[in-house]
Design a protein around this ligand. Structure first.
Ligand SMILES: *Cc1c(COP(=O)(O)O)cnc(C)c1O
Length: 367
């Protein structure tokens, strides 16, 4: 069985819990940085096994806050990947620092540690590995280089709530940043984000920065701004956090079904690095006939997405403005990747239909 409970029943049971979480906030009458945010911060920290968790307005803001708490400023360089959500790069630029791109490791679509050293200059301060599609970047290799070169590591965990590389992602580096955008593995019904860290100095700085630099009300210790997780989202996320592992397991079963049945179709299937547990935010295949496959699935009522069709360094907002070395793996991935449907509510019959369609597309392509 791919889905456990009847999806409709499961939806109604969760909705009832969410309704009561929302009413609890209305009854308490406190909407900003109250009981629910504090409780969710504690619950999320203990889920990950980390000391501090600080709610933020979004995943982009979580990254911005973590970078600012590490004193990143104009003139600094921050290394990340170009095969990511634009938010990763937008957050770097919000600090005034310069993003520098390293190519990806083509099997896992994450920052290639072998190419990291070459990108480090005297201005480099931080590396941001992105645990893309729910698959952990190679944290041992990346943190080793970072330690040797005295760089901070801030993990972009927006697609990887609960993923494990020895420990859960988010707690390997100096800070981990999460998004609770509705489609993420742990999603709110609006925007939200979180910075987690074992470093007490970073934690207190993020707490100040997210609310005008206030330690006490109306008295700014440092220049900050406003980036807060709100009470309603926090109350909802507390409910959803209890289902996160079950939802990730449901995604894993679907991923295993795809991997079991699509191996002989000529598609390049996702590879799981030994020893890690991904959380399948996306199940991404590669094909030389990607656009035709996507069109064929679309004609047959199966919507798929491409994450991402344009590497950041080739998008109008960035092209020509950032110095970029060659990123062949990134550019090739953008031409070939296709994300198949994978989400906890997906029914077994729907998965089977996707599989059948891909198999028939593949046999039509075969010489
Ligand atoms: C979603 C996402 C973000 C940004 O999160 P928002 O909450 O939308 O600001 C950052 N990085 C990655 C890799 C993401 O997928």
């Amino acid at each position: 069985m791919i889905t456990g409970a009847n999806p409709r029943e499961q939806y109604l049971a969760r909705k009832a819990e969410i309704d009561s979480a929302i009413s609890r906030v209305l009854d308490a009458g406190r909407y900003i940085l109250g009981y629910e945010v504090k409780a969710f911060e504690q619950e999320f920290a203990s889920y990950l096994g980390v000391l501090h968790a600080i709610g933020a307005g979004s995943g982009t803001e979580a990254l911005h806050l973590a970078l600012a708490a590490c004193d990143i400023k104009p003139g600094d360089e921050v290394i990340t990947v170009s095969h990511t959500a634009v938010a990763t790069v937008a957050a770097i630029e919000l600090t005034g620092a310069t993003p520098v791109f390293v190519d990806i490791e083509p099997r896992t679509y994450t920052l290639d540690p072998a190419k990291l050293e070459a990108a480090i200059t005297s201005r480099t301060r931080v590396v941001i590995p992105v645990h893309l599609y729910g698959h952990p970047a190679d944290m041992n290799a990346i943190t080793e280089v970072a330690r040797k070169r005295n760089l901070r590591v801030i993990e972009d965990c927006a697609q990887a709530h609960g993923a494990i590389d020895g420990r859960r992602v988010g707690i390997h580096g100096d800070a981990g940043c999460f998004s609770f955008y509705p489609t993420k593995n742990l999603g709110a019904i609006g925007d939200g984000g979180m910075v987690v860290t074992k470093d007490g100095v970073i934690a207190s700085k993020v707490r100040l920065l997210r609310e005008y630099g206030w330690k006490e009300r109306y008295k700014s210790e440092i220049p900050g701004w406003n980036s807060r997780l709100d009470e309603i989202q926090a109350a909802i996320l507390r409910v959803k956090l209890r289902y996160l592992d079950a939802d990730n397991s449901a995604r894993t079963l679907i991923a295993q079904e795809y991997s079991r049945t699509l191996a002989d179709t000529g598609l390049v299937l996702p590879v799981v690095r030994e020893g890690v547990t991904p959380v399948w935010h996306q199940y991404v295949v590669r094909s030389d006939h990607r656009d035709a496959l996507q069109a064929y699935l679309q004609e047959n009522g199966v919507a798929t997405l491409i994450h991402y069709p344009f590497p950041i360094h080739l998008q109008p907002a960035y092209q020509g403005r950032l110095a970029v070395s060659s990123l062949p793996e990134t550019e090739q991935a953008a031409r070939e990747v296709l994300s198949l449907p994978v989400y906890p509510e997906l029914k077994q019959a729907e998965v089977q239909r996707v599989i059948n369609l891909i198999r028939s597309f593949a046999s039509a392509q075969a010489p």
